[in-house]
Write a protein that binds this ligand. Structure first.
Ligand SMILES: Cc1ncc(COP(=O)(O)O)c(C=O)c1O
Length: 468
């Protein structure tokens, strides 16, 4: 037994042995239930008297680290029972009966067989340097494949040398925050609170970029140096950035050498019209484009990509290198195979059809009179309600988990939470195929008992001034 007992430490031999035993139990070197050597043997090994060892064992039994039972000797005590969770927290931690929380796609549709084939091909053909440290920007194979895919599917001008593969969108946002330094970063209000936290955790200052029915209000960006936007499908309101606002935003960036961070998290899923191209295509010198595999394949992959304007490439690559060298390479090679074999496009097309059907079912079930917004694209919709608290209490009683608009505002607003527009953020991509109809019925029951807001456009403020 390796106990690291200092032979003649100042604390004395017995105290030294007690501390060594305590440390070994705490650090897991001595596992719960493990028998300790007989006092006689340990005393001989350590050159101590048997009484000293026995006294140390007795002390640790008294402290609860060891147990001593007639016949089975001295053992490491079992782990203390974990305190029972308070019932409310436990209930929340349990998976809800019906899950319409936004944020995840139907992960049951992950194309495991195609991914396995792609990974097999990738490993069969990968050169041995692929298993070594590599380029901080990521594998050149993936950057080349993405360059073609993003140009074709999203209208992004993306030469491979300006692409950096990241561990999801969040890492791209974190890296950008670090390279932008002290400059204020405007983020959409309402917007995802987690992303504001990511910016703050990386030393950034967040300011509010108000959103109305045409998207972000460009005239209200204040002294921000950068603005983070979701132009294809604003999160959470679902608004598509108006063409006039697109122009105004790129003019804003050009005039002040500003940076537009385009979060294109669900741009592949557009249902009724031609896909709305990425903003990056209009201003590749001002826009940092961020894409992700989290909605198209699954968040577990942690694969995202940035397309950078030339002036930001070196600083972001340096930040990436000092963050984690580079993103894991083998998944990148598998994704390359998936894109080149057109299996990625096929999967996205199949998902688009499935989610469109779900979107249609949602509209059909809730009926025309209910304000359901942001339905042209993506995997979530915003449903107007008169009172979020009341609607969420009903949802809770139905076993339905659903998002709330209220948590997306930067601040509570002048009239407090109740003074803000009220809405539910419904993630219709989340449940498994079989679970969707039941979840939809539960939502319909919740809304049937919940008031509608009096003003028809309440959840998203109107756009008074087109173009700004
Ligand atoms: C608004 C928004 N942006 C980006 C993402 C993707 O983040 P990531 O690529 O880190 O999974 C999500 C995922 O939920 C999202 O809701």
């Amino acid at each position: 037994m390796d106990l690291h007992v200092e032979a003649d430490s100042a604390e004395g031999r017995r105290a030294g042995l007690e501390r060594a035993l305590r440390d070994a139990v705490r650090e897991g070197r001595l596992a719960p239930g493990e028998p300790l050597p007989a006092t006689r043997r340990l005393a001989a090994e350590l050159g101590m008297s048997r009484n000293t060892v026995k006294a140390a064992y007795d002390q640790l039994v008294a402290e609860g680290y060891l147990t001593a039972r007639q016949g089975s000797g001295t053992r490491v005590a079992p782990l203390p029972p974990v305190a029972a969770e308070p019932p409310r927290a436990a209930a929340r931690a349990r998976a809800p009966r019906f899950d319409l929380r936004p944020g995840s796609p139907d992960v049951g549709t992950f194309p495991a067989a195609a991914w396995l084939r792609a990974m097999r091909r990738a490993l069969a053909t990968a050169p041995s340097p692929a298993y070594d440290y590599g380029d901080p920007r990521g594998r050149i194979e993936l950057r080349t494949a993405l360059s073609g895919y993003l140009g074709r599917a999203r209208g992004v001008l993306a030469p491979p040398e300006r692409i950096v593969v990241t561990s999801g969108y969040v890492q791209g946002l974190a890296l950008l925050t670090r390279v932008l330094g002290d400059a204020p970063i405007a983020m959409e209000d309402p917007g995802l609170p987690f992303h504001r936290e990511v910016v703050r955790h990386n030393g950034g200052t967040v300011t509010a970029a108000p959103v109305d029915a045409h998207g972000v209000r460009v005239g209200e960006l204040g002294d921000a140096r950068a603005v983070v936007v979701t132009p294809a499908h604003q999160y959470p309101t679902g608004v598509t950035l108006h063409p006039g606002r697109r122009r105004a935003l790129t003019e804003w960036a050009r005039a002040r050498d500003g940076v537009i961070v385009e979060d294109d998290y669900d741009g592949e899923f557009r249902y009724d019209r031609q896909p709305v191209g990425a903003l990056q295509g209009m201003a590749p010198g001002q826009v940092v484009y961020l894409g992700t595999a989290s909605k198209t394949l699954g968040p577990a992959l942690r694969l995202g990509w940035m397309v950078l304007p030339p002036q930001l490439v070196d600083v972001v690559v340096d930040a990436k290198l000092h963050s984690d060298h580079h993103t894991e390479s083998l998944g990148q090679l598998a994704l390359t195979e998936l894109i080149l074999a057109h299996a990625y496009d096929r999967h996205v097309r199949a998902c688009r059809l499935r989610y469109r059907r779900r979107r249609d079912l949602l509209l059909e079930r809730l009926g025309a009179g209910r304000g359901v917004r942001g339905i042209a694209a993506g995997l979530h919709a915003l449903v107007d309600v008169a009172d979020e608290e009341e609607a969420l209490a009903r949802a809770d009683a139905e076993g339905l988990a659903v998002g709330r608009l209220g948590e997306h505002w930067h601040t509570a607003g002048p009239g407090g939470a109740q003074g803000r527009p009220q809405g539910l953020v419904v993630g219709y991509g989340t449940p498994g195929e079989g679970a969707y109809p039941g979840a939809l019925e539960a939502l319909a029951r919740v809304l049937a008992g919940t008031g509608k807001p009096s003003s028809p456009r309440q959840a998203v403020p109107p756009a008074p001034e087109l173009g700004r």
